[in-house]
Ligand binder design. Structure first.
Ligand SMILES: [Zn+2]
Length: 103
């Protein structure tokens, strides 16, 4: 049980590192090769720059939607707890608790 949780955490950390590295190296390549001796149509550097920009857009969109999804899940889970707890509580009344009211 604990091994599986640590394994998932390690995989998540590794995936996050790969995504961060892809974003970092793609951005670095675009910035360093933006001014190059372009050969015109069919330039391999321009093709690579286009690939890097598409990768950055794809990962940025995925991270944005993932973060929004996680935020919604956390909000729904935390807001749903009081309502779910209220469903299982029996209403307490003096009659139900069999409290005798004496003067
Ligand atoms: Zn070029």
């Amino acid at each position: 049980m604990k091994y599986g949780k640590n394994h998932r955490r390690s995989l998540a950390l590794l995936l996050a590192l790969f995504i961060a590295a892809a974003l970092l190296f793609s951005s670095f390549f675009v910035f360093t090769h933006l001014k190059h001796d372009c050969t015109g149509k069919g330039c391999s550097v321009c093709t690579e720059i286009g690939t890097c920009i598409r990768t950055i857009h794809l990962l940025s969109d995925a991270i944005g939607w993932g973060a929004a999804g996680i935020l919604v899940c956390i909000c729904v889970k935390n807001l749903g707890k009081p309502y779910a707890a209220g469903l299982y509580l029996c209403p307490a009344s003096l009659v139900r608790l069999k409290v005798r009211l004496n003067h």
